[in-house]
Ligand binder design. Structure first.
Ligand code: ARG
Length: 462
């Protein structure tokens, strides 16, 4: 560290070195750091700021360091603070004084911004790929259970019958919005920061366009002060991840309910469940519970980082080093959640006989009876009232709608005829024949639309 402690008369206290070091977690950025340094060295040579020979020495040295790290031969030292210093120090050990030229026209402030943007671009594209796989699993499950009817719920009370496939495709839509959000985040992450220096820009004739091309960025940042103090892209990923986890958590909650003895709508594959250490009969949906549980942790990371950033004066402040652990954890949590949840969805089995049995309970076709009267000329509010009284009567008698006699129907409205008995779960879903409705024909259209969206998917290259 002598190269940055030159103005001091003392070494940093050991506790300070440990407290301020980020190497234990930012070593994860080694590939991005080296890629950035190689591009920077090439640019410096192209601009005549260093010689071609010097650039070659530096680049070869950096490539060798990457090897060392990948083979586990690199010695990370806390006194070298972070990944940027560690790599640069090792470079100077390997190639001597010329290694000291790499940091010309650069600061760790634009360097860390670069590394983190490169990392985030990769993370986004991996996330989107995994979201697509999850969507595919939903589509497959919907297709296998194409005709299956279940209760649609509001207030967790049976409301109207729906196709299970329709219910599953609701999650397809949520995840599609998540993908949109990550793509949007990618657009704003795809901005090349090098050239901003510590805060003011750099006093050399550098070529930022060249750097952007070398490193695969679509845009170049436009204000050096903003560039070194901006972590919006981290927050955007964390916010998009939070929304996505919220969606996954809702499905997880439904899976937990559905696999309970009380609902008994699905059977989870044994590979995705756990037993109990005391109760031999248990088969627990722990994976789904952890999806739900980890959602809180992802929200927490978002909140922590928003709070950390909220009152930082421009531009870079060391507080910003706190971005990484929470962010890495969010990325890891979301990716592993998507992976394991996809497997669970792929392997779960729907108990169609039970979902349909549940849909037959209660008076789930009450809306259809009201609609029936409306078609015969009754005003909807009046029809609603008639059927409400009919439900109350049937409950008292302990009868279902199909068990009421024509005479009993007639007592509530003269408009009821024999055809009232043709109202069924099937006729109910078939009647919801609007765009976005649960009619089998519409759900089949929605399925093919979903499949088209999946098959036209192009992996956003990081
Ligand atoms: N380890 C630092 C971070 O993660 C890198 C930038 C350090 N810059 C500085 N001026 N100390 O933010």
């Amino acid at each position: 560290m002598s190269h940055i402690r030159g103005r001091f008369h003392k070494a940093a206290d050991k506790s300070v070195t440990e407290y301020t070091a980020s190497i234990s977690f930012d070593r994860r950025l080694y590939r991005h750091d080296i890629a950035g340094s190689i591009a920077h060295a090439k640019m410096l040579a192209k601009q005549g700021i260093i010689s071609d020979k010097e650039a070659e020495t530096i680049i070869n040295g950096l490539a060798a360091i990457r090897e060392e790290i990948e083979q586990g031969k690199f010695q990370f030292k806390p006194e070298l603070e972070d990944i940027h210093m560690s790599i640069e120090a090792r470079l100077r050990e390997k190639v001597g004084e010329v290694g000291g030229k790499l940091h010309t026209a650069r600061s760790r402030n634009d360097q860390v911004a670069l590394d983190l943007r490169l990392f985030t671009k990769e993370a986004i594209s991996e996330t989107i790929v995994k979201l697509k796989e999850f969507q595919q699993a939903l589509i497959s499950l919907a297709e296998v259970n194409k005709g299956v009817i279940m209760p649609g719920y509001t207030h967790l009370q049976p409301a109207q019958p729906v196709l299970l496939a329709h219910h599953l495709l609701a999650y397809f839509e949520m995840l599609q919005r998540d993908i949109d959000r990550f793509n949007d985040c990618l657009r704003r992450t795809d901005v090349m920061p090098l050239g901003s220096g510590a805060v003011a820009g750099v006093a050399y004739n550098i070529d930022r366009d060249f750097l952007a091309r070398e490193l695969g960025f679509g845009q170049i940042s436009q204000n050096s002060i903003d560039t070194v103090s901006d972590r919006d892209f981290v927050l955007e990923y964390e916010a998009a991840a939070s929304l996505c986890m919220m969606h996954l958590s809702r499905l997880a909650e439904e899976i937990i309910l559905w696999s309970s003895a009380e609902f008994n709508f699905i059977e989870l594959d044994e590979a995705y469940t756990t037993g109990s250490s005391i109760m031999p009969q248990k088969k627990n949906p722990d994976v789904a519970e952890l999806v739900r549980g980890k959602t809180g942790r992802v929200y927490g990371r978002l909140m922590a980082w928003l709070v950390t950033m909220k009152a930082l004066p421009l531009s870079y402040n060391r507080d910003m080093q706190e971005d990484k652990e929470g962010f890495f954890d969010t990325v890891d949590t979301l990716l592993s959640t998507l992976e394991v949840f996809t497997g669970m969805v792929k392997t779960l089995r729907v108990k169609a006989e039970n979902t349909e049995q549940a849909a037959r309970q209660g008076y789930i076709l009450a809306t259809d009876l009201a609609d029936y009267l409306v078609k015969k000329g009754e005003a909807f509010r009046t029809a609603h009232n008639i059927v409400a009284r009919l439900v109350s009567y049937a409950m008292e008698k302990g009868k279902s709608f199909s068990e009421l006699s024509p005479g009993e129907y007639k007592e509530f409205s003269p408009l009821f005829g024999e055809d009232v008995y043709s109202i069924s779960l099937e006729s109910s879903v078939a009647a919801r024949d609007v765009i976005g409705g649960t009619a089998p024909k519409r759900v089949a259209e929605a399925l093919s639309r979903a499949k088209k969206i999946i098959s036209s998917f192009k992996n956003p290259s990081p």
